[in-house]
Design a protein around this ligand. Structure first.
Ligand SMILES: *[C@@H]1O[C@H](CO)[C@@H](O)[C@H](O)[C@H]1NC(C)=O
Ligand SMILES: *[C@@H]1O[C@H](CO)[C@@H](O)[C@H](O)[C@H]1NC(C)=O
Ligand SMILES: *[C@@H]1O[C@H](CO)[C@@H](O)[C@H](O)[C@H]1NC(C)=O
Length: 402
């Protein structure tokens, strides 16, 4: 996942304490590019299998290959979860009847389909299902991004039915509903290059949140027939990611944590990061799970490789978020800390790398449950609730153990 960028003249200062937790790109670059999927136009539905939890655990374990310590500061498994390309025989085979109204006023053309007012009215007035937030409305492109989880054809433009289709699959984070102009016969260059159209109402689900920026699939040509899309609405699930065994949380954050040194001991608490591309973990919730598993694996690894002096670092807080390049989701970033920080420190919303803006979204913190039973999140800046924990526990080992 390489992109050209300008190396900051200040890069050499990155190790000077206190460490600002800028987004680091080594593992991001090393990870395979996630597959961008354009949902197929053929067939009434398509399913995508979800990888088993054990696969996520394997990826998480493999990410821990060295000590992660506050003292200083990968895996490249290209996976293809998709087996969706429908067959087109190009023999004028009659296609299943469409599920939406056929558009032939004033004529049966892509332009008439795109201008057809009832599609726009329906999309604009569609209800937002409980538990979801509308992300975009009435666009002429469908979502094309990572983490596609299949689609179904609906008999009406029913956002609640589409939400239910998303809810039925673990890991679904978003859905896209739209009208698609499809041919009544499978186009054949000589016999039926441009058959009359029909309309399908499609509901596509995703394992990552979707935005207008990725609603860019405006259709395709099949011989002389033009597939186009209208009334495309996108919705994202509001629910936080699931709880993880052995951790408290998730605690919702406005961005990534950018922690100073521990306010009492003046020691660094940042332990480095892991990055899992959507090609590895497939969905956002699976990425969250990989982060917490990697945090635990890192704690275990550190304890098997203790430092010559002092205590091994424990990953007590892991901050997880979706990292996107120009709003294209790339993967799940996990920043590890030896102490828990309060939401007040979640001030890293993203950063430029060359001309690209890399943004942070869906950020949540998980804390080792043993640690959080003993200490609160550190908060020593303006706006902290009174009685906030001021720090000084030496990464959970207790005062005097730094
Ligand atoms: C188109 O149809 C003709 C027969 O009508 C057939 O010979 C030809 O193979 C078809 N083209 C494709 C691409 O299937
Ligand atoms: C929590 O921290 C303890 C060390 O204090 C460690 O043994 C344990 O594995 C950690 N739990 C998780 C879920 O990471
Ligand atoms: C810190 O780094 C030094 C030099 O790399 C090493 O000798 C020491 O054991 C490390 N301490 C901890 C706590 O990791």
């Amino acid at each position: 996942m390489r992109s050209t960028y300008i190396i900051s003249a200040f890069a050499g200062l990155a190790l000077a304490a206190p460490h600002p937790q800028d987004i680091e790109f080594d593992q991001v670059d090393a990870a395979p590019d996630p597959t961008i999927v354009t949902p197929p136009v053929l067939g009434a539905s398509a399913t995508v299998s979800i990888q088993p939890t054990a696969a996520v655990a394997t990826v998480a374990d493999a990410s821990v290959t060295e000590v992660a310590s506050t003292n200083s500061t990968e895996t490249n498994d290209k996976r293809d979860f998709l087996d969706f390309l429908g067959k087109r025989d190009g023999n004028c085979a009659v296609q299943p009847k469409g599920t939406g109204p056929t558009v032939n006023t004033p004529d049966d053309t892509p332009a008439s389909f795109l201008a057809y007012q009832p599609f726009q009215t329906t999309a604009t007035n569609a209800a937002t299902p409980q538990g979801y937030t509308q992300s975009f409305v009435n666009l002429q492109g469908s979502s094309q991004t990572v983490s596609w989880l299949g689609y179904t054809t609906l008999s009406s433009y029913d956002t609640v039915a589409c939400a239910s289709y998303c809810d039925q699959l673990d890991g679904c984070q978003a859905f896209n509903i739209y009208y698609e102009r499809d041919p009544t016969e499978d186009p054949n260059a000589t016999s039926c290059p441009n058959p009359p159209s029909l309309t399908n109402i499609k509901c596509s689900r995703w394992g990552v949140q979707i935005t207008a920026d990725t609603a860019v699939n405006t259709g395709q040509n099949r011989d002389s027939f033009q597939v186009v899309i209208a009334g495309s609405n996108g919705y994202n699930k509001n629910a936080p990611p699931p709880a993880q065994t052995g951790f408290t949380g998730p605690v919702e954050l406005g961005g990534a944590i950018n922690a100073p040194n521990d306010p009492v001991t003046n020691t660094n608490t940042y332990m480095g990061y892991k990055f899992f591309s959507f090609g590895q973990v497939q969905t956002y919730p699976a990425g969250v799970q990989a982060c917490t598993l990697a945090c635990t694996a890192q704690t275990a690894y550190n304890s098997r490789h203790p430092p010559s002096t002092g205590k091994p670092n424990v990953c007590n807080q892991v901050v997880v978020y979706v990292l996107s390049d120009e709003n294209d989701p790339k993967g799940i970033y996990c920043a590890m800390y030896s102490e828990e920080w309060a939401q007040n420190y979640a001030t890293n919303y993203g950063q430029y790398r060359g001309s690209d803006y890399w943004s942070v979204s869906q950020a949540y913190a998980y804390t080792n449950a043993t640690y959080s039973a003993a200490y609160g999140p550190i908060c020593a800046v303006g706006g902290c609730p009174s009685g906030s924990y001021r720090g000084g526990n030496c990464g959970g080992w207790g005062t005097g153990n730094c």
